[in-house]
Design a protein around this ligand. Structure first.
Ligand SMILES: [Fe+2]
Length: 393
């Protein structure tokens, strides 16, 4: 009898142990599932805003692109534009509201100054984050479809770029294809040139008006077009919108037509005087420089501590300045000009403000270091520095 009681008691004890073990295992499984679930949920919640805001993918293979993607800075974000050889549907994944019609041209507005995407089937990675503090930007002009500028730009680090117009020569799509074949994946602020305006095919690419204002962090930029009798609109725009730059630490004007120039076209004194009047009227703003093109030589002028640049040529002809027929009394007798020059006619208006001129392919690199701006003028053929200008405040 005693034996039977002992066996029953032992079985009960085993059963209790099993129950405890089962409860323990189930508890461990529940804890593990909860922990893994929490980690996964946290990861997904953390990733979702990133994907929505930045991660985009162009659903075309790079081999199908004729050019691009090009990124144009806008006030509220970035216009990304690309071209496909065939008329196909193409859009940025993550931006379903973007254009997705059968076309050669594709354009999407990204509601951010930052973007990061890849092109499936290729090793192209295109990432950009606009830094809080602008350290360096590049100014180029008159590329006329030449790839020299864009190829060399891959060798230096910079935050963004101004293009002062004449992106094209004849308005052909192939010029963009060649000119942007080695694009350095940095956004650009574009001012329309007479070649771009004449062919009028580039509005579709840039999608900005002739005159506009752009704030880039603490930098204010006015872009205007003053050729083809658009000057009245341009100066009305400047006067009406000057207040926009009141809080900017540094303010620049980007315009194809120069205020002063020693190159083939020279100055148009009527416009030069309007620019001088505008800048004198708004001397309370932190204007630093006027960047221009149109004349295919590099020139620097200085009036009242403000610098006026023609940022040199990227693809156009260089030799006009030695042609008596083209230049008249302004013809160059040496390869470089330095210091104040004699004003002989309307085109040489402002020659007393002249600093330097070089008939070379150049680019301008602008560095902002605290209370100092440094403008480095670089010869594109030799990669040597031709000249450096400094402004302190
Ligand atoms: Fe040009």
């Amino acid at each position: 009898m005693n034996m039977i009681i002992t066996e029953v008691s032992s079985q009960k004890q085993k059963l209790r142990h099993r129950k405890i073990m089962c409860s323990l295992i189930i508890s461990i499984i529940i804890i593990c599932i909860t922990a893994i679930g929490s980690v996964l949920l946290g990861y997904l919640l953390h990733q979702q805003p990133k994907q929505t805001q930045y991660q985009q993918t162009i659903s075309v293979n790079q081999s199908e692109l004729c050019y691009g993607p090009l990124a144009f800075m806008h006030e509220q974000g970035t216009r990304i534009h690309w071209c496909t050889k065939e008329k196909v549907e193409s859009q940025l994944v993550g931006y379903p509201s973007g254009v997705n019609t059968k076309s050669h041209y594709h354009s999407t507005f990204v509601n951010s100054t930052n973007f990061n995407y890849s092109i499936p089937g290729s090793d192209v990675q295109y990432s950009y984050y606009l830094p809080e503090t602008i350290k360096k930007f590049v100014v180029m002009t008159d590329t006329h479809g030449n790839p020299k500028y864009t190829t060399l730009l891959n060798e230096i680090d910079f935050d963004f770029m101004f293009h002062n117009g004449d992106l094209c020569e004849n308005g052909d799509l192939s010029e963009l294809e060649v000119g942007f074949a080695n694009w350095p994946t940095k956004p650009m602020l574009f001012a329309t040139g007479n070649h771009d305006y004449n062919f009028n095919k580039f509005n579709h690419v840039v999608e900005r008006p002739l005159h506009y204002y752009q704030q880039i962090r603490n930098i204010g930029v006015f872009v205007i077009y003053t050729l083809n009798n658009e000057d009245k609109d341009a100066f009305n725009f400047l006067n009406d919108n000057a207040y926009l730059a009141e809080d900017s630490d540094h303010v620049f004007i980007v315009t194809h037509n120069p205020t002063y120039a020693t190159g083939g076209h020279g100055a148009i004194s009527k416009l030069s005087k309007k620019m001088e009047k505008f800048l004198d009227t708004h001397s309370n703003l932190n204007f630093r420089a006027v960047f221009s093109g149109h004349n295919h030589v590099f020139t620097a002028f200085k009036r009242k501590e403000l610098l006026y640049f023609v940022n040199g040529v990227g693809g156009g002809h260089l030799n006009d300045v030695y042609s008596k027929q083209k230049m008249g009394d302004r013809v160059w007798k040496t390869e470089e000009l330095h210091g104040p020059l004699e004003e002989v006619n309307d085109q040489s208006y402002g020659y007393q403000y002249h600093l330097d001129s070089y008939s070379k392919y150049t680019r301008t690199e602008v560095s902002i270091e605290g209370n100092k701006i440094i403008y480095v003028i670089r010869d594109l053929d030799t990669n040597t520095v031709l000249r450096t200008y400094e402004q302190t405040f």
